[in-house]
Design a protein around this ligand. Sequence first.
Ligand code: FRU
Length: 474
Amino acid sequence: MYNEQFRQQFHFSPKENWMNDPNGLVYYKGEYHLFYQYHPHSSVWGPMHWGHAISKNLLHWEELPIALYPDELGQIFSGSAVIDKQNTSGLRTSDQEDVMVAIYTHHGEDNEKQSIAYSNDRGRTWTKYQGNPVIENPGIKDFRDPKVFWHERSQKWIMSLACGDQIQFYRSPNLIDWTFLSTFGSEYGAHGGVWECPDLIQLEVEREQDKKWVLIVSMNPGGPNGGSAIQYFIGDFDGTTFTCDDEKDTVKWADFGRDFYAAVTWSNVSEPVWIGWMSNWQYANQVPTNPFRSVMSIPRKLKLRRQNNELKLVQNSIDLSSLYKETIRLNDNLALLPLEPKQIELKDLQVMVEAKVKENNSSSLTLTLKGEREQLQVVFDRVKQEIRVDRTKSGNVSFSEHFASMDQMLLEELKDFKLIVDTSSIELFVNQGSSVMTELFYPSEQTYTLEWAATDGEVHLSNVSIHHIESTWK
Ligand code: FRU
């Protein structure tokens, strides 16, 4: 079980069938809840339910029974969950437990509207609110993915909602009665596709005593390398309106890889952490996995960093050290000479590779996961100042014309990187998480080496480690 071909070993995927967006991320009494868009009868997208899994540490997941089923109001699309500590909703029935409230989109045949459901037993069983929907459709076709948080200053619940090419904000005292507040976005950012899955959060600016509001917006299609991707806006939220600090045409992407979408943050936690769906709507229904289809990213901690006078979203994997089963440390100065690549045999494709760059005089440094016929390559190009992930020869790429790709992002200077490889995905965090790329690949060979190569100059690396990571399914 959980050892089928291409099954990630330390990332969450459902035992079988189709999954997309993470939903209802909330922490309560020692458990992180992960609900997700789920089709229990097929491995392609279909009538949406909320699947459910829980974890004590965001690494080991246990799948629970389905939480929400489609009904006469429609399918259960994406949304969020909160702990209503003050019982503002009046939906609490237990003296032991706070009430957990899920806010989601009912996707009917001809319209989308927002509804709620509640659980008084730590998310185990759910009742849909009798007065659903709590927000009717105002005549907007795409009107979905409510993400709700408690706004301390105004002592109100705030909802961000994706509405076509913009985000709308609503306010409520009780999660039931909602008042429209404002809209943001039709003139800001990228508009190559429909806006989805918003999240409005406050993040610390690294090394400054300051916090800023960040509005996260997924968009499909129109991503920087094609298909679906996540953009974000930095600014302020006064309880009514979000104001963006950047120019209207500024576009900031969270992850330049092809496979990180619909990510949102956990509610009721002290440190901001999010998880994304590791796929892309261009080919999500065709990826060659069986009996499950789709997997979540590694959970990532979030903050802001000031760089060249601009604020930027920074993501870093949660600590994986509890899963290291063996660490290979290379000597403190790994010198790569031109055309003399170094190879390290990998026992399996569940590894985290880390390195710092001490000196770099080569036009490029390449890191290749290499089989006999297949390879996945990451190129840090110093001349073009970019990173490229080349998966054109990475194994099975034939299931979709959109898959065999060379994806890229700008990078001024390479200082360090962490590469998380798990069976059929890579997550690359560069310069302490300020540049990130997430990509799937479907290798078919038995053995792989990790090859390090400099092209035409020397590269000196330090702190090079390769951690073999144990499976979280046992
Ligand atoms: C994003 C999305 C959401 C929607 C859900 C449907 O991937 O399209 O906007 O609620 O997936 O499954």
